[in-house]
Design a protein around this ligand. Structure first.
Ligand code: C2O
Ligand code: CU
Ligand code: CU
Length: 561
């Protein structure tokens, strides 16, 4: 033992300036599957460094919560219990769902309350995630490590010969970096000095000598990662944020920005007994790319800035019993919206604004985010081109809620093959313009907005965010119209209204909205019909809005006499 220690020290000295091989086992978050999910958010103690434990955020007792596994077509019900001393929210990043279920800044979860959204999963198989989204608190709550990964499965992906044994040949890899104080506690900083992979510093994992899938998620508050392997091997991108690409894209490097997910295949067949590092080659990033800057001495200075560093040390071990050993040649056939189907082009500007002392901050459409200002009213079923035009001297990962989009051009050119798929985050390089096309279908709600913003948490918190509502009825209130299935009587009424649904549709939530769009009555239900006493409301026109078990909405107007 003593000899070994002496040898280790001697080796350490001999290789001074290079990394010593002191690795920690990569944590693989537990999975939760089914259709009902209970997530409890509370402060947690985690042994990250030697010595003091670190106070982290946690879900169900873990720093970074469980991986949620959902099947396309299932209705998922989630109970999010907030046991923090602060209000928070949980946003389902990438999900196509009703705005009231989205978990953005407009769905706060006060301390010691439970929020229970539900909707029908309608996304393609891919990797998504969940994280806090409280306005001005995103950076702090994300730093604490509240959040986790979501894996959606569907029939198309399941039919492919791809690795999908979680934790064996299908590995979640959440990338963040953190700064620690002298007591091993997290410092809320834009950049950290320590790379953390699934919440572990200097992580390592043994993978089998075969084709392995890595699900990469950039969950950092700011940093991008220029992904590659230490031996510069070719690997294969198989997904963008919102689904499979048409065919695996061979690459040796690609840029993963805050909020983005990319699944890759790496072929380790025949490499039993060797090792390789998954790395960030950030020394070659331009200084206008988050993580490519070097700021000696400044507030953004950090040990990983403009440097190459390890993400995950991979030991290649014995193959499994029935290994996948080849990379498929095709994956799916995506049908993207033709450019000609767009009915409007919205120009969204990104610009710099110098505010006193605190350094530059960044604006969308030349203004700061306001909770009660709606930037766009998007008619339901509109196909739109969004042109994100940056005059900022820094690059920003632009994210939009509700929809997956397809990138048309990046500074006039078609996107690289590894970005040619469904996406919800796109990196907008400094002083460039990105155009994408999206269709805003299925869900509309003129009261509850969806967000679009820079996914750098600090920028978002400082107001680099906007919001849009989907829907345009005469009164500005209309949801996916399923009115035929809903009866409302008597109308006019003197104080009591009844609704009755057809085809066994069960209503979970009823609310009454006045002509100003304000919600003036609400009640939780679990019924196909009910009598509602709305006699406390003044005379006039109202809308009754019902929400069913899948998150679908039904609206009818009525008159109170
Ligand atoms: Cu991942 Cu609006 O966020
Ligand atoms: Cu999102
Ligand atoms: Cu930004």
């Amino acid at each position: 033992m003593k000899l070994k220690t002496a040898l280790f020290v001697a080796l350490g000295l001999a290789t001074a300036g290079t990394t010593t091989a002191q690795y920690n086992a990569l944590k693989i978050p537990d999975t939760l599957s089914g259709t009902t999910f209970n997530l409890t958010i509370r402060d947690t103690f985690t042994q990250i460094l030697t010595g003091n434990q670190t106070i982290t955020g946690g879900i169900n007792g873990n720093f970074w919560g469980p991986t949620l596994i959902w099947n396309k077509g299932d209705v998922v019900h989630i109970n999010v219990e907030n046991r923090l001393a602060d209000t928070t929210t949980i946003h389902w990043h990438g999900m196509h769902l009703p705005a009231i279920m989205d978990g953005g800044p407009h769905q706060p979860i006060p301390p010691f309350t439970t929020w229970s959204p539900y909707w029908k999963v309608d996304n393609n198989a891919a990797t998504y995630w969940y994280h806090p989204h409280l306005h001005m608190m995103a950076e702090e709550q994300l730093t604490m490590g509240i959040g986790g990964m979501i894996i959606v499965r569907d029939a198309t992906e399941s039919a492919l010969n791809l690795p999908r044994t979680y934790g064996v040949d299908d590995i979640p890899v959440m990338l963040t970096d953190r700064k620690f104080d002298a007591l091993n506690q997290f410092v809320v900083a834009h950049y950290g000095d320590s790379m953390m992979t699934n919440g572990v510093v200097r992580a390592q994992r043994t993978i089998p000598a075969q084709v392995v899938r890595l699900r990469l998620l950039d969950a950092a508050t700011e940093r991008s990662y220029n992904i590659g392997f230490s031996d510069n091997r070719t690997f294969y991108v198989i997904t963008t944020d919102g689904g499979l690409v048409n065919a695996p894209v061979p690459v040796t490097r690609f840029l993963l920005s805050a909020g983005e997910r990319v699944e890759i295949l790496v072929n380790c067949t025949g490499q039993n007994g060797t090792s390789v590092d998954l790395k960030a080659f950030n020394a070659s990033l331009a200084p206008q790319v988050p993580g490519g800057e070097s700021f000696p001495g400044g507030p953004f200075a950090n040990a990983l800035g403009h440097a190459d560093f390890n993400i995950l040390h991979l030991n290649i071990g014995a193959p499994t019993a029935s290994p996948i050993t080849t990379i498929p040649t095709t994956l799916t056939t995506n049908t993207f919206y033709p450019e000609s189907s767009a009915v409007v082009t919205r120009t969204v500007t990104i610009s710099d604004s110098a505010i006193g002392g605190g350094g530059p901050t960044f604006l969308i459409n030349h203004k700061f985010f306001e909770m009660d200002e709606i930037d766009y009213h998007v008619p339901l079923d509109n196909t739109e081109i969004w042109e994100i035009k940056s005059t900022s001297g820094f690059g920003h990962p632009f994210h939009i809620h509700d929809v997956e989009f397809h990138v048309l051009t990046i500074n006039g050119a078609a996107p690289p093959a590894y970005q040619d798929g469904w996406k919800d985050v796109i990196f907008v390089p400094a002083n460039q313009t990105v155009r994408f096309i999206a269709k805003f279908n299925d869900y509309s709600d003129s009261l509850k907005p969806y967000m679009f913003h820079c996914h750098i948490a600090l920028h978002e918190d400082l107001g680099m965010m906007g919001q849009f509502v989907v829907g345009n009825s005469p009164a500005g209130i209309m949801n996916k119209v399923k009115n035929a299935k809903m009866k409302l009587y008597p109308n006019p009424t003197k104080g009591v209204i009844n609704f009755e649904m057809e085809n066994g549709i069960v209503i979970k939530h009823a609310s009454v909205i006045n002509l100003h769009g304000q919600q003036v009555f609400e009640v939780a239900l679990n019924a196909e019909r009910a009598e509602l006493n709305v006699s406390a409301l003044a005379k006039g026109m109202y809308f009754l809005r019902l929400t069913d078990t899948e998150g679908g909405s039904y609206i009818k107007s009525y008159l109170m006499e």
